[in-house]
Design a protein around this ligand. Structure first.
Ligand SMILES: NC(=O)c1ccc[n+]([C@@H]2O[C@H](COP(=O)([O-])OP(=O)(O)OC[C@H]3O[C@@H](n4cnc5c(N)ncnc54)[C@H](OP(=O)(O)O)[C@@H]3O)[C@@H](O)[C@H]2O)c1
Length: 307
């Protein structure tokens, strides 16, 4: 796929992986509409892209945890860009809480709205026109956590597994249509959401020893995978074999949970919303991570204090 002159809508572009993908796509000559909830960060990204000599991206503010917002975003994307050739479903977030506490509460449903229903709504609104033009691409950012879950993370990991399954199905449905489907499957990547994951009881111990990848390195690979029309991109590459052996990964998770069981309180009934507009403890963890703090002990203490 030649990315020069294509028009792309990117969700979750205010930070981390989405921001890095926007910068890389703009450098390829792709015209952009960038979306998230924080307009100041989106405008700063647009400034940066414009100053680098590319056309200024359209800024579209949307809260994709709200039903109906993705449909409105699709319409705004078409209106502002004229057409959408590439949709990057990157916005995502999680929730900390056990199933026996969260169940189907609104906080859990919001995770599915953001991570599953919004990407699907964008696909439904944008792909038919791509198909009619026999040209386009859908990039869905899932997670390696589609294979491996962890206590308190069920809503996040189940939503990513659902998006992964929808992505595989979409690829089969669009076979021969000229519309390419790429699943981006990140393991740990050094972004604020990864900082937040250290709040999950015992999780840091499981992830210990795995060096997180860099958003820009992943974005570079996303662009390459799009140009080469690859089906899946697993990053960091060291995790590639892991994807082929989900049962081994699950067995390892079970072993790890046993190893750190002292850190996991079965009576812990906290429900922690993640993200830049999540609960105070999450916002503190994100801010600390963005400042470059890597004091995991402090992050864990923050989590325990419930501040
Ligand atoms: N970093 C990792 O280790 C890792 C691993 C596996 C998968 N992922 C996935 O990679 C994707 C990007 O995450 P990241 O690592 O770049 O984390 P991040 O820096 O926290 O970025 C998340 C992006 O999603 C946007 N977002 C969150 N909630 C939203 C909402 N309700 N409505 C609209 N936009 C929303 C955020 O923007 P606003 O806050 O401004 O709305 C932000 O731009 C996510 O889907 C995540 O699940 C990340």
């Amino acid at each position: 796929m030649d990315l020069n002159g294509k028009r792309a809508l990117i969700t979750g572009a205010s930070s981390g992986i989405g921001r890095a993908v926007a910068l890389r796509l703009a450098a390829q000559g792709t015209q952009l509409a960038v979306s998230a909830r924080r307009p100041d960060l989106l405008e700063a990204l647009a400034d940066e892209i414009e100053q680098a000599g590319a056309p200024r991206p359209q800024v579209l503010v949307a809260d994709l945890s709200q039903a109906g917002a993705a449909a409105q975003l699709a319409s705004a994307g078409i209106e502002r860009l004229g057409r959408v050739d590439i949709v990057v479903n990157n916005a995502g977030g999680g929730l900390g809480g056990q199933q026996t506490t969260v169940g189907d509460r609104d906080e859990g449903r919001d995770v599915f709205e953001l991570n599953v229903w919004s990407p699907l709504a964008l696909v439904q609104r944008l792909v038919p026109a791509m198909r009619a033009r026999r040209m386009g691409a859908v990039v869905n950012v899932t997670s390696m956590m589609q294979l491996m879950t962890w206590p308190f993370m069920g809503h996040y990991t189940a939503s990513k597994a659902a998006l992964a399954s929808f992505t595989e199905t979409l690829r089969l449905e669009l076979r021969g249509s000229g519309v390419h489907v790429l699943e981006v499957i990140p393991g740990p990547v050094d972004t604020p959401i990864y900082g937040e994951s250290h709040l999950v009881p015992g999780f840091e111990a499981a992830a210990r020893g795995l060096r997180p990848g860099r958003p820009d390195a992943l974005a570079k690979r996303v662009v390459r995978a799009l140009r080469r029309e690859r089906k899946r991109l697993i990053y960091p590459g060291i995790l590639r074999p892991t994807y082929s052996f989900p049962s081994v990964v699950r067995a390892a998770a079970g072993f790890q949970v046993g190893r750190v069981k002292a850190d996991i309180d079965p009576d812990d009934d906290r429900v922690v919303r993640s993200g830049s507009q999540g609960d105070e403890v999450s916002r503190q963890a994100r801010a600390a991570w963005e400042r470059g703090e890597r004091d995991l002990g402090r992050l864990r203490a923050l989590a325990r204090s419930g501040q």
